[in-house]
Design a protein around this ligand. Structure first.
Ligand code: SF4
Length: 253
């Protein structure tokens, strides 16, 4: 199957079955989402949703967070990964929002990336989810799943994946495609053992095509048969060699 066809099936399938996917992070305004996304690096959304209510109750706006200290913030986020760094980032981010951006979350990708704790991925999430801009954030799920399905070719970095997805996906689907890939990666196309047997998109997945088609299975069988044959041959040679050694010893005696 050619790449454009895969893209067409991908968009058609998910548009029909998940027309309105949303982030699993809880938030009610841009600032809250920014806080949640910064915290979510290398951590589960479930864990972040457990800590943000108390954190945001204490620091509901950028000014309140900017007036706090990393030590204070640490107490609210100690159960997430890298709490020390994230506490510093949150306070630094809030200070910059207050001092440079008038207390508002900026929509520009470059401005967003100036904020402490905000890299390209986080900036793309905010641009897409909050401001509805055509941006796609590439996290570990997006990176893996896009590659497995065959939406990307030889893309070895998140930026390369982002560029290829941006080139081939219809502009209006960029934001939702991020959620489609994340959710699919989180629940079906999981990292270690993708659940291909129950995957509804296996019929256009490149990974599945390579590993589960009749030709691929026959090839795997042939490799297995050859290994068995080689092992048998090796065993026979070992037996003959042992026998010869034994005879030579018997002769010497
Ligand atoms: S068929 Fe397997 S590898 Fe392909 S998308 Fe589905 S779960 Fe992932």
């Amino acid at each position: 199957m050619l790449k454009p066809e895969r893209y067409r099936h991908f968009v058609e399938y998910f548009s029909k079955h998940q027309p309105n996917p949303v982030t699993e992070l809880h938030y009610s305004n841009p600032f809250e989402l920014l806080v949640a996304v910064i915290l979510s690096a290398q951590c589960t959304d479930k864990r972040i949703n457990q800590v943000t209510p108390a954190l945001l109750k204490q620091f509901p706006r950028p000014a309140a967070l900017a007036a706090s200290t990393p030590d204070e913030v640490f107490n609210y986020i100690r159960s997430v990964s890298y709490p020390n760094n994230k506490a510093k980032h949150l306070v630094g981010m809030a200070k910059m929002l207050v001092e440079i951006f008038n207390g508002e979350v900026p929509s520009d990708l470059n401005d967003l990336q100036k904020l402490p704790g905000v890299g390209r991925k986080t900036a793309n999430v905010i641009a897409s989810v909050v401001f509805d801009l055509p941006a796609i954030a590439v996290d570990t799920h997006v990176f893996r799943v896009a590659n497995r399905i065959g939406l990307t070719t030889n893309a070895r970095t998140p930026l390369a994946v982002e560029k290829q997805l941006t080139e081939f996906l219809p502009k209006h689907t960029l934001g939702v495609a991020h959620h489609w890939l994340i959710l699919h990666g989180r629940y079906i196309c999981v990292a270690r053992s993708p659940k291909c047997e129950i995957c509804p998109i296996s019929w256009f997945c490149k990974y599945y095509e390579r590993n589960h088609t009749e030709a691929a299975l026959l090839k795997a069988e042939a490799v297995k048969a050859k290994k068995t044959k080689d092992a048998k041959k090796k065993k026979q040679l070992n037996t003959i060699s042992k026998e010869l050694k034994k005879r030579s010893v018997d002769k010497d005696i």
